[in-house]
Structure formats: structure tokens, C-alpha cells
Design a protein around this ligand. Structure first.
Ligand SMILES: Cc1cc2nc3c(=O)[nH]c(=O)nc-3n(C[C@H](O)[C@H](O)[C@H](O)COP(=O)(O)OP(=O)(O)OC[C@H]3O[C@@H](n4cnc5c(N)ncnc54)[C@H](O)[C@@H]3O)c2cc1C
Length: 301
């Protein structure tokens, strides 16, 4: 019988992976690198088997990637699924390397043929889709799901092959707060049009007036470091779908726009009337953000 393996680092929200595995048929085996409570949640989430590496103790779950890869590689499954959480992606990458298999993301469909796996997935950040034929094992990194329910199955504890060489020696609260922009109903995003870091206050005031989260284009987070990396939108950043997306001083390059294509109403503020974003928005304001943004904030107040 075909085995579909599911990689779990520490996040038990795998109902979409279980559904995907059920569509493919065969037995669903989850391997869990996280703690017992995670393994118990997985055991009651609709899978057929749970293989657990035992308590991670002071070892971060990502550091068990080699052990997970060894275990799954031994079973030689054709399809392996993982949710798109940071730690799960580490496990998926390690396993793909171990198997010499492709790791595919943003997948919309998977089909088993006698001698191949047919996968359709998005490319260019969702602008296009391609269908590929994989004649060997494939690792699929899928959307994050919710915690599912099912008849509990026993947890099979195994001993990790290679003990990790890494332990946590100190844990401190991060000085930056993490945001979940995916849940935001309103977002005000700012780009390189912002001349000085101090001017971020203008954008933050507008966001406050709109009860919105602040986001940005990649250069502000990765190059300038004016906002944290979890706030940049785009193909390599966050994907958001708010009711309202206000883009201030952002040119509208494809790599940015694909991250907010599902937004409801899009408002663009840019001093260049030829900025590409004006071709993608519902409302466009041509003007200097230093004047337009405070005026919008005042009007909202
Ligand atoms: C592989 C790859 C992946 C990438 N992934 C991402 C991604 O995920 N997200 C992302 O955002 N980018 C990404 N990029 C970068 C992307 O290509 C663009 O370079 C980036 O989005 C541009 O950011 P920006 O619009 O803020 O800056 P710019 O393109 O420099 O635009 C600044 C805009 O501000 C306007 N402006 C200037 N002054 C003012 C003013 N006073 N008032 C109003 N408007 C003003 C200008 O007219 C201009 O349109 C990626 C690039 C690559 C190569």
C-alpha cells in the first residue's frame, strides 16, 4: 500500500495535509519531531500512524531534521507532505536533500500515476501555474492548516539515529514583536518613497487612524531594516488579503504586488503618475506622501 508521510516539527495544524493525503489514497504516516503533546494532537488528527522521535528536551525541533530525514528516507515514500511553517520547511528541505528529491511549494494539486507524481504548483509568486511530472519521490510544502480531528492512533516512539550536536543555552524575549499580517483586515504598506526613517511616524499615524497594521516593501525591511522582516509583503515576504490595502511610496513591482493581489480595495499614494502600481489599484493619489499621508490621517480623524 502507498505510504504518504507527513513531516511535523512542532505544529499540529495539519488537517489540510491529511485531506491532501486522503485524496491520494494509501496510508498516512506522520513523523513528529516535537514534544509529546504535539504527537498526541497529531495522533488524534486523522492519520493512520504516528512515529515520534521522543522528547526533544533542550534541542530545537529543527535540529532533528537529519534524524527525521533518515527515518523517512528508510521508508522510501513517493510523496511527503509538510506545512509551510519555518521549522517544518527545515525538515522538508533536509529530507529533500537526503532523498535527492524536489521540494515543491504553493501546490494546488497532486496526483499519483503508476510511475510518477503529477504536481501543479504556482510559480513567480502566484502569477503563473506549472504542472510537473516527478518520477521519483517528491516533498511537498503545503499551506498551513488547522488542527484536525480523528480517531486517536497509538504513538510509536523511536530513537533518533544521530543525536543532534546543538542545544539551547539561553532563551530571551525578542525585542521585536511578531505580527500576523495574514489576519489583518486593513494594511498600510510603505516603500522606498519614504525618505527618512523618522517619517515612518506619518505612516504609523495613518495606520492608527484606519485601525490597520503597518507593512512595507522588501527594501525597507531587508535593505534598510526600518521595519521587521515579518512586515514585508511580496513573493518572498508575507501574503496578505485585507479588505483595504494602502500602498504609500511603493512603485508596484510584480514581486511586491503578488503578495497583496487578494486585497479588497487598493489605494496607492505615489508622486510619480507613471508608477506601475497605478495600473493595479482602485484609488490612486498622485502626490508627495509627506503631504498626502497627513492629509488622509487628518481627514479620517
Ligand atoms: C527575487 C526577488 C524577490 C523579491 N521579492 C520582493 C518581495 O517579496 N517584496 C517586495 O516588496 N519586493 C521584492 N523584491 C524587490 C522588488 O523587485 C522591488 O525592488 C521592490 O518591491 C521595490 O520597492 P519599493 O516599491 O518600495 O521601491 P521603489 O521601486 O524604489 O519605489 C519607490 C516608489 O516611491 C515613489 N516615491 C518616491 N518619493 C515619493 C514621495 N515623496 N511620495 C510618494 N511617492 C514617492 C517613487 O515614485 C517610486 O514609485 C524582490 C526582488 C527580487 C529580485
Amino acid at each position: 500500500m502507498t505510504e504518504i508521510w507527513i513531516l511535523v516539527a512542532a505544529n499540529p495544524a495539519i488537517d489540510n495535509l491529511v485531506s491532501r493525503g486522503r485524496e491520494l489514497g494509501g496510508q498516512l504516516v506522520a513523523v513528529v519531531a516535537g514534544d509529546r503533546s504535539c504527537a498526541e494532537a497529531i495522533a488524534a488528527s486523522g492519520v493512520d500512524r504516528v512515529v515520534w522521535l521522543g522528547e526533544p528536551g533542550a534541542t530545537p525541533v529543527e535540529a532533528r531534521a537529519a534524524a527525521v530525514a533518515d527515518l523517512v528516507a528508510e521508508a522510501a515514500p513517493r510523496v511527503v507532505l509538510a506545512a509551510s511553517h519555518p521549522a517544518e520547511r527545515v525538515l522538508a528541505g533536509a529530507l529533500a536533500g537526503r532523498l535527492g528529491a524536489p521540494a515543491l511549494t504553493m501546490v494546488s494539486s497532486v496526483r499519483l500515476e503508476a510511475d510518477a507524481v503529477i504536481v501543479t504548483h504556482a510559480t513567480f509568486g502566484g502569477v503563473a501555474e506549472e504542472t510537473v511530472r516527478v518520477e521519483g519521490p517528491v516533498v511537498i510544502v503545503d499551506e498551513c492548516g488547522s488542527v484536525g480531528t480523528g480517531l486517536p492512533v497509538p504513538i510509536e516512539e523511536v530513537t533518533a539515529t544521530a543525536p543532534p550536536t546543538l542545544t539551547v543555552v539561553e532563551t530571551r524575549m525578542s525585542s521585536t514583536t511578531r505580527v500576523d499580517l495574514g489576519k489583518a483586515r486593513r494594511v498600510v504598506a510603505v516603500g522606498r518613497g519614504l525618505a527618512r526613517r523618522e517619517d515612518l511616524a506619518l505612516v504609523e499615524e495613518l495606520a492608527r487612524a484606519l485601525d490597520a497594521e503597518v507593512a512595507c516593501s522588501r527594501p525597507l525591511a531587508e535593505g534598510l531594516g526600518w521595519l521587521s522582516r515579518d512586515r514585508y509583503i511580496g513573493v518572498t515576504g508575507q501574503h496578505v488579503h485585507p479588505d483595504l490595502y494602502v500602498a504609500v511610496g511603493i512603485s508596484g513591482q510584480l514581486q511586491h504586488v503578488v503578495g497583496c493581489r487578494d486585497a479588497g480595495t487598493v489605494v496607492v499614494v505615489n508622486c510619480d503618475a507613471k508608477a506601475p502600481y497605478f495600473g493595479e489599484c482602485d484609488y490612486g493619489i498622485v502626490g508627495d506622501l509627506a503631504q498626502v499621508v497627513p492629509a488622509l490621517t487628518a481627514a479620517l480623524a
